[in-house]
Design a protein around this ligand. Structure first.
Ligand SMILES: Cc1cc2nc3c(=O)[nH]c(=O)nc-3n(C[C@H](O)[C@H](O)[C@H](O)COP(=O)(O)OP(=O)(O)OC[C@H]3O[C@@H](n4cnc5c(N)ncnc54)[C@H](O)[C@@H]3O)c2cc1C
Length: 509
């Protein structure tokens, strides 16, 4: 079929969700529950549901926040473990998608490359590549909802290491874990000190001859119970649908208070964390070298250590921490800047991600490319001047899904409000000259600092300020007014011509 402009008619959907991870599946749930009449599809670049929880396959893969807040608000987490393993989280997402009929809406192997907004037509034209054939598919949609995560799936971050080609052992990155890697009885060095390294070290120590965690600088770590004691107790007498929100709010409150205490009294919280580490380690352990970061607590994400597993591996001697820098790889291991050498058969580079905003999709509005690095975020979910588009970016100081659920609910509110008002376009416009630009994230983690120039900015005031605060976001995104002076609702497409009423036309004058 040909359109007015001669182009072949593309399939049109009310909403197009990009990404079938935790956020995309959650977004689909909210959409079909709140606005059951809307047509939608999910475009997913990979061949599976689950995103992060399907991609990462390294030993011990698990969450580092509790599943009562990493789980969806609408679906209780019913397993005993609160800090859950990757396969259980993947199963939870897959079960949600299957039981709610979302699975059939996912179009796998479709990588979104670009989306062009036309104000005149009030719709996005989205170009996607079918990753199996290289063929390009074009769709149009009224609203584009990007749930594409925050990092590049293709290229993890690995610093340049001198002499890497000399090394006779195997080097692997946790993002691309090889199925055939047998590290049983081998000497393993894990480079890194983030959540991935902290997960890998005790898990690999169970089978390896020895695991060394080589960190350039220490990270704050806190031992947390793998199973939530309150959830365990309440489940004996109450159903999950009651226990889940109670434990969820308890965890939101504890995390939020702890974060605020760290901001307010960093020295006291630092002492508290140091004491926690001391309690789990042998008396002569050098806590001040290996567990005493240069930055204040929560300037970078705090690492959870479920049931003190890392501390146990260190105490037993199956794992060790070395705080030093890589000078160069040698034939048999790594030479450190201190001059010491680490012998290794396997080196795991748990050195992090490359941040990727909007899944790498290129956006344009009425022919003008959108430079996301210059755009300002609105309510942490939309971009200034980009109509009918939202993205999901979770919290850095709490579980991702707390925010993902709220953003999806907010998008549904926007869509319903447009329909009620007879509008087809909504866009946030910055009209307040007193709002100044600030970096989007005030985290000092490497992956954030490396990418600050390529990601949007936040504003100094509401609603342009990114609040890493669930209770405040809940009030504003779930209950706050949609018409706030910055969000504009308009109608661009001509209203459809009224359908002639035959009865009226035939009626005698
Ligand atoms: C190892 C690891 C552990 C983590 N643990 C926690 C934790 O304990 N707590 C926490 O809060 N957060 C954690 N995170 C952050 C985590 O990514 C989020 O919690 C959550 O899984 C993100 O879900 P998502 O659906 O938004 O993104 P993702 O899981 O990244 O899924 C995005 C999906 O979008 C698809 N996609 C991307 N770009 C495109 C495109 N252009 N076209 C089509 N499809 C596209 C991807 O293929 C993927 O399937 C962890 C992250 C990692 C890497």
């Amino acid at each position: 079929m040909a359109t007015e402009d001669g182009a072949a008619a593309a399939e049109h959907l009310d909403v197009l969700i990009v990404g079938a991870g935790l956020s995309g599946i959650g977004a689909a749930h909210h959409l079909q529950r709140r606005l059951p009449g809307r047509s939608y599809a999910i475009l997913e670049a990979r061949g599976a549901i689950g995103g992060t929880w399907d991609l990462f396959r390294y030993p011990g893969i698990r969450s580092d926040s509790d599943m009562h807040t990493l789980g969806y608000r609408f679906r209780p987490w019913t397993e005993a473990k609160s800090i859950a393993d990757g396969p259980s989280i993947l199963r939870y997402i897959e079960d949600t998608a299957r039981e709610e009929g979302i699975e059939s809406r996912v179009r796998f192997h479709h990588r979104v490359l670009a989306a062009e907004w036309s104000s005149e037509r009030a719709r996005w034209t989205v170009r996607a590549e079918r990753t199996e054939s290289g063929e390009t598919v074009t769709l149009t949609c009224g609203f584009l909802f990007l749930c594409s995560g925050y990092y590049s799936y293709e290229e993890p971050y690995t610093p340049e290491f001198a002499g890497l080609e000399r090394f006779g052992g195997r080097v692997v990155h946790p993002q691309h874990w090889p199925d055939d890697l047998d590290y049983g009885g081998k000497r393993v060095v894990v480079i890194g000190s983030g959540a991935t390294a902290v997960t890998l070290v005790p898990a690999m120590a169970e089978r390896a001859a020895k695991v060394t965690m080589l960190q350039r600088s220490p990270t704050y770590m806190i031992s947390v119970p793998g199973e939530d004691p309150l959830a365990r107790g309440l489940r004996r007498v109450l159903p999950d649908r009651i226990v889940y929100p109670v434990v969820r709010w308890k965890n939101v409150a504890i995390q939020s208070l702890f974060y605020r205490a760290a901001q307010r009294w960093p020295r006291r919280v630092r002492k508290l964390l140091r004491r926690g580490a001391l309690r789990h380690l042998p008396p002569d352990y050098d806590v001040d070298t290996h567990f005493n970061p240069r930055y204040d607590p929560w300037d970078q994400r705090l690492c959870a250590v479920p049931d003190a597993d890392l501390f146990k591996a260190l105490s037993e001697g199956s794992a060790e921490i070395v705080t030093d820098r890589v000078d160069a790889f040698t034939e048999s291991g790594i030479r450190l800047e201190s001059g010491a050498e680490l012998e290794a058969d396997v080196v795991v580079t748990a050195t992090g991600f490359n941040l990727l905003f909007l899944g790498g999709a290129q956006l344009s509005v009425d022919g003008e490319p959108v430079d996301v690095s210059k755009a300002m975020v609105y309510r942490g979910a939309l971009l200034e001047g980009v109509p009918n588009m939202a993205f999901t970016m979770g919290y850095t100081n709490a579980s991702w899904t707390l925010k993902a659920d709220l953003v999806a609910e907010y998008v549904c509110r926007l869509l319903a409000h447009m329909e009620e008002g007879g509008c087809d376009t909504c866009a946030a416009r910055l009209a307040d000259p007193t709002v100044t630009e600030e970096p989007l994230l005030d985290f000092s983690s490497g992956y954030v600092l490396r990418s600050l120039d390529s990601i949007p900015k936040q504003g100094s005031k509401e609603p342009w300020k990114l609040r890493q605060n669930y209770p405040l976001d809940l009030r504003s995104l779930r209950h706050g007014p949609l018409e706030d002076g910055a969000m504009r609702f308009e109608r661009h497409r001509a209203a459809p011509a009224p359908v002639p009423d035959p009865a009226r036309e035939q009626a005698p004058a």
